[in-house]
Design a protein. Structure first.
Length: 497
């Protein structure tokens, strides 16, 4: 039987939205602004009328009450075809929801899931919600650069050998620093045991569309891949997709888990932007990333020529015991030679040059490039970085973030994250919290990887790292006390009595 190739020049959701506006539909449904007529004129002036005109219901609005045109399903099928997945699902709640749905589809309460300890806070939130028991796998640590790369396949193999009943594995790749795991090897470890592999590929929406980029999760054999299209693609904030292949996870179960967590009022604006991005990538992705990669190469070379700055490349990040690959669009710049921190440098660039950077830590700043950047935007970046180097003396600081060694960073999980989070808690001074069990996440942001998760026993080194970090400019927004002068801990049985 002959099956015609899908027509990637169409965009079902986007086309239907245009038709909705052109045919003069009159809604007696939410949203209550009724195509902007009820919106405050000051809001319309700030946001534009087009936003309100396109903010309609997905059903009984864009589609009929029975969803007979299956607009979203058709758009999802086109997305799956564009990237070579078997199933694709859209999410308007970001990959924070998508990764939780994937976790729930693999493991349930008190079941084990093998997870890289460099996971995003959304993964820890999934553990809390589902009552899953984490089997943590240590990242590969660079002791010179004080940077964590994704865990090795051997680390996952060892974890499954010690926990054969674990339901599956989750790995984060690429990391916010652009470093990638050996996904094909990790997938082989999982599949040899009949276990599914979930990849949190939030930073990898662009990977399927150019051979010069690292291999993406589906090509490497992952079962589920979660992607934030708003990060490296052209989607609006909160736009996410998750892809599925193989038979280790039932697509109906995965969809049901997403439905359990997701909103019943999804944003058509987000759906439409996802649909349009897929068309853009299917038609022009290769050419767009030809240009983006060439631009990234030039920018990296010019930043390397600025005194006091070093751009990390494959020679720094990719080697045995480190990362398997690197996304060159994540431009990671070591500024330790300038005698300042990434926090202070980022603040100056924003204040003096209106430049907003991506990940900033105790010794690095980073600029995320995408297919949207050009000579104008990168020219402003380069001008700002050269000015930063000239003014480095005024940014020098004696504040030092006390970054622990790997063994000191690694905390013991002594309670289920859910039990610690929902149990009896109390705040204690940070310098009295060592030995106590964390009842909250303590997450330097960005990149959003918790230094401590609920149920881990706190060590003095991690507490000093957070306190010295805050004093040097680190942000810990999810803590009950963002200055980490106190920490929320579990009230242990002897104290409860």
């Amino acid at each position: 039987m002959n099956h015609a190739s899908p027509d990637h020049s169409c965009a079902p959701v986007l086309d239907a939205l245009v038709a909705y506006r052109e045919t003069g539909q009159v809604p007696f449904t939410p949203p209550g602004h009724k195509q902007g007529r009820g919106a405050d004129p000051r809001v319309r002036e700030a946001l534009g009328d087009a936003v309100f005109a396109s903010d309609v219901l997905a059903t009984s609005g864009l589609d009929d009450r029975t969803s007979s045109r299956h607009l979203v399903e058709r758009a999802e099928a086109l997305m799956a075809d564009a990237v070579g997945a078997e199933h694709t699902f859209f999410s308007t709640c970001g990959s924070s929801l998508s990764v939780k749905a994937a976790m729930l589809a693999v493991a349930g309460p008190h079941q084990e899931l093998v997870i890289g300890r460099d996971a995003h806070k959304s993964v820890v939130s999934g553990l809390v919600l589902a009552g899953i028991r984490p089997v943590w796998v240590d990242p590969q640590w660079d002791p010179v650069l004080h940077l964590a790369h994704p865990p090795s396949a051997k680390a996952y193999d060892d974890a499954f050998a010690a926990h054969p009943d674990a339901r599956g594995a989750l790995v984060t790749s690429p990391t916010p620093y652009g470093t990638c795991a050996a996904l094909d090897d990790i997938a082989e470890v999982c599949h040899r045991r009949g276990k599914p592999l979930v990849v949190d590929e939030a930073w990898g929406a662009h990977l399927p569309f150019h051979p010069g980029l690292p291999a993406w999760a589906m090509d490497a054999g992952a079962d589920v891949c979660v992607t934030s299209v708003h990060k490296m693609g052209s989607g609006l904030e909160q736009s996410s997709v998750f892809h599925l292949q193989g038979d280790r996870i039932d697509p109906k179960v995965l969809k049901a888990c997403a439905d359990l967590l997701g909103t019943t009022s999804p944003s058509v604006l987000i759906y439409a932007a996802l649909d349009g991005w897929r068309r853009q990538m299917a038609e022009h992705g290769r050419a767009l990333y030809d240009d983006a990669l060439a631009l990234a190469g030039r920018v990296r070379e010019q930043i390397e020529g600025i005194d006091g700055m070093h751009v990390h490349g494959r020679a720094d990040f990719c080697a045995p015991g480190r990362a398997a690959d690197l996304d060159p669009l994540q431009v990671i710049i070591d500024i330790s030679a300038l005698g300042t921190t990434g926090y202070l440098a980022a603040d100056r660039l924003r204040q003096h040059h209106r430049i907003n950077l991506h990940v900033c830590d105790h010794r690095r700043i980073s600029a995320q490039l995408s297919h949207a950047d050009d000579a104008r935007t990168t020219g402003r970046l380069l001008t700002a970085l050269r000015d930063l180097a000239r003014h480095a003396p005024v940014l020098r600081t004696d504040a030092r973030v006390e970054v622990p060694d790997p063994a000191e960073l690694r905390l013991e999980q002594v309670m289920l994250p859910r039990d610690a989070f929902f149990g009896r808690t109390e705040p204690v001074p940070w310098d009295k919290a060592a030995g106590r069990i964390a009842a909250e996440m303590l997450t330097p942001y960005p990149p959003g990887i918790p230094a401590a998760v609920p149920g881990e026993r706190l060590g003095p080194e991690v507490l000093r790292y957070l306190r010295t970090g805050v004093e040097a400019g680190m942000v810990v927004p999810d803590a009950a006390d963002p200055e980490v002068k106190s920490v929320k801990v579990v009230v242990e049985p002897a104290e409860a009595d």
